[in-house]
Design a protein around this ligand. Structure first.
Ligand code: FAD
Length: 588
């Protein structure tokens, strides 16, 4: 199996999300819904089969949670199954799984034990992924075979006490030695998953450089031996959930890192970190989505057998509503990580905003679902004797790590605004010199008139889903017009306007997931020879999802011009100033 390029090229091939901000629907990126190759299907079946068999015998997620550690058999079993090298290329001793297969397997681990997913993901999705993507041939030969066998467990060290979301503000330094043989690494990293198991660390630190005679610091990535002199580790963090995942601080005191262990060029560290996280987020999305399915499996069984008022609670519509919305959301979320994984496998596609959308949606779906399953279970949901309270604790982290959902929302909105923003800037310049720029201005006016009059259309959606496709096309059209008006009124100030950024990214995520669901349902209909009754499970989920998502997106777009932003800001600022949420209810 070959390892395809995971590197994106935004200029050659703008992303689906960026295009919708300009009112274009890049159907070619989503349709047809990816059909895994025969090799991928065979690989996935083989790995999933052995994984399921082994997990049923060996893995006890509740014991892991209770003990706060994995059993030795669990970690040994993961390595014996070859899972630690699943996405490491075959030529370096791994399995060389495609993104589709890797994320499907990560999803399955998400069903088995959320903490184990973090162990698996921290090692491969982020821990040693930098070496696979950016390592030299010598680095790959030296480290990847040992990572693949599980002899070396990897961790990803980016976060510091003073720099979480604002990773660029890191203070760790790596100073070249006078003889040029090594860097001297100093600093501290916190919240490092796999810390207690790790031998190989991908560490980000600032290297001093001189630019135009001025001293600067450039974020750079390094491969660091976790057992090198000067590396020390804190105690395991006492966490709310994913307790068996070993999370600690690392401190580096004058650690000598050989120059050969620098990953990429000096100054390319931030790009490397982002690129690693971009694809890593998809695994988290797949795991959250399949975790949702598993949590609901417990709730469904319970709702079938628990009777109140003389009938199973699953026959009450308020309980049924919970199942139906989770089903529709899960269907779309599965469709989205699958479509996006296929983009990753294709290579040369800019997928960073789509992986962010997948991660935001799936992590919030899992968190919502965990709470819903607890509600369905009633009192026993709150008891430690049952799995529901662990679902709530374990699923919560996904909205925080690998980029908080707030940061990812800002990323989606601001990145997608770049292209229309650039167009408006050019046109702004043109208006300053209208005589010379008549061509550009008339081109813009014609384009704007066209955008207002001509609505984008879907051409690849099955006719049975025309109504849903039309609804979405309408929202995309309104979104593009809303974006243009917003940029004209806000200009550069948009960078500070997070009420709007949140709306834009929520709309973009709802639209992207809807289109992925339409692609999936179209494929299901085609496979059923157009027989709607046969494809009813797919059609119903898709219709439910698109109706709700389009409604949310429409509301978000409308609120770009009609909103309570000034009031929201005033209330929040007053609360911050007084350190009191709202006026006290005085009695007596
Ligand atoms: C269990 C666990 C495992 C982890 N594993 C790893 C790991 O393996 N490697 C690693 O490097 N890190 C890891 N992390 C760290 C994790 O990635 C960070 O916690 C996360 O990036 C957020 O950083 P922070 O905690 O400093 O929060 P902050 O950045 O301080 O954010 C606090 C809140 O403010 C919001 N916020 C911050 N800036 C903005 C903004 N500009 N606009 C709007 N809202 C904003 C955030 O969204 C968040 O809600 C882990 C964390 C946990 C809890």
């Amino acid at each position: 199996m070959s390892q395809t390029s995971h590197l994106a090229d935004p200029d050659r091939n703008p992303s689906f999300t960026k295009a919708i901000f300009s009112g274009e629907i890049r159907e070619d990126l989503v349709f047809p819904f990816p059909a895994p190759s025969a090799a991928d299907r065979e690989a996935a079946a083989a790995v999933l089969d052995s994984l399921r068999g082994w997990a049923t015998e060996t893995v006890d997620a509740r014991k892991h949670d209770h003990d706060g550690r994995f059993t030795d058999e669990t970690r040994a079993g993961m390595a014996e199954l070859g899972l630690m090298g699943l996405n490491i290329p075959e030529e370096y001793g791994g399995f060389g799984a495609s993104a589709v297969v890797f994320n499907r397997v990560m999803g399955e681990i998400g069903c088995i034990d959320a903490a184990l997913t973090v162990y698996f993901g921290a090692h491969q999705s982020i821990g040693c992924k930098g070496i696979t993507l950016f390592g030299t041939e010598a680095q790959k030969q030296k480290y990847l075979p040992k990572c693949a066998s599980g002899e070396l467990i990897a961790a990803f060290c980016l976060t510091e006490a003073g720099s979480g979301s604002d990773a660029q503000a890191m203070r760790s330094t790596a100073v070249p030695s006078a003889d040029g043989t090594h860097y001297v690494l100093n600093g501290s990293k916190i919240w490092i998953s796999n810390a207690g198991f790790a031998s190989l660390l991908t560490v980000f630190a600032k290297v001093p450089v001189e630019v135009d005679g001025k001293a600067k610091q450039r974020v750079t990535a390094f491969i660091v031996d976790a057992h090198a002199p000067g590396v020390s580790m804190g105690q395991p963090e006492q966490k709310m959930g994913i307790k068996a995942s070993d999370t600690r601080t690392f401190t580096f005191e004058n650690v000598k890192v050989p120059v050969d262990d620098r990953l990429g060029e000096v100054g390319s560290g931030f790009k490397i970190a982002l690129e690693i996280l971009n694809s890593g987020r998809l695994g988290l999305a797949a795991a959250s989505t399949r975790g949702t399915r598993e949590m609901m499996r417990h709730a469904l069984e319970y709702a079938k057998q628990r009777e109140q008022f003389g009938r199973p609670i699953g026959t009450f519509e308020m309980i049924q509503r919970k199942f139906a919305s989770a089903a529709a959301d899960c269907y779309a979320s599965d469709a989205a990580w699958m479509v996006t994984s296929a983009m990753v496998d294709r290579g040369g596609v800019d997928f960073s905003l789509e992986t962010a959308s997948c991660k935001i949606f799936a992590s919030e779906l899992a968190n919502r679902t965990a709470n819903e399953t607890m509600q369905i279970a009633g009192g026993i949901g709150y008891s430690k004797e049952y799995p529901y309270e662990q679902f709530v604790r374990d699923s919560r982290i996904n909205m925080i790590f690998e980029g908080t959902n707030e940061i990812l929302r800002a990323l989606i909105a601001l990145s997608a605004l770049q292209q229309p923003g650039e167009r408006l800037k050019q046109i702004g310049k043109a208006f300053k010199d209208p005589l010379r720029s008549i061509g550009a201005i008339s081109g813009y006016i014609a384009g704007r008139a066209k955008r207002q009059l001509v609505k984008p259309e879907f051409t690849k959606v099955h006719p049975a889903l025309k109504e849903e496709a039309d609804q979405l096309a309408e929202v995309i059209h309104d979104l593009a017009l809303g974006v243009e008006s917003l940029l004209m009124s806000e200009g550069k100030r948009i960078i500070e306007k997070q009420f709007h950024q949140e709306r834009l990214s929520n709309a973009a995520t709802d639209i992207y997931l809807s289109v992925c669901a339409l692609a999936r349902a179209t494929a299901a209909l085609d496979a059923a020879g157009g027989d709607e009754a046969k494809a009813a499970p797919d059609l119903d989920c898709t219709r439910l999802f698109v109706a709700a998502a389009a409604r949310r997106a429409r509301r978000a777009v409308r609120a770009l011009s009609r909103n309570q932003d000034a009031r929201q800001k005033a209330v929040a600022e007053r609360a911050m100033e007084n350190a009191q949420l709202c006026p006290e209810l005085e009695i007596g």
